[in-house]
Design a protein around this ligand. Sequence first.
Ligand SMILES: [Zn+2]
Length: 189
Amino acid sequence: MKRYRIEAFENLVEALNALPTIGRKSAVRLAYHMIQDDRFGAMKLAHAIEEAVGELHPCRRCHAVSADELCPICSDENRDRSKLCIVQNTRDVYTIEESGRYDGLYYVVSSVEDLDEEHLAQVTEGVEEVIFAFPPSIANDTMILYIESRLEGKGIVFTRIAQGVPTGVELDSVDLLSLSRAIEDRTRI
Ligand SMILES: [Zn+2]
């Protein structure tokens, strides 16, 4: 049987299907929704994506997503600059912010390969406590040891967020009360 293919439609389905959590079936459903049911909404979405991708980039200091050179947290003079919380992504920065239990600065390191040691040395100037807010896993434990070894001899106290964060889950799936407790009950390592 001959298979008809409308290229622009297929391209849209493929682009949607490439997104995390969107399977082929959902991609097709979304594509029809965009081109038939809500063409205005689809154009708005396209514009919002273009604007966000064009304007947002990593903060020069903490590497979290920012619209300016420095993100709003790094530019806030009232944050406690003696504390630095190391997280894996920007999402975790804002998950911890929501808990309302932390007033220091952040640093985003997604993997050891991603770590710029010189930059880390700069941002830890004057820092007294480094808090690792990584969910427990072997890879994360290795990363913690590695970062600690890079910062040895600077008189920094290393802690990690405590109980309430189960092994192998993302921080944003931990409920806020547990996360608040985990930040307060952080343990020295
Ligand atoms: Zn920042």
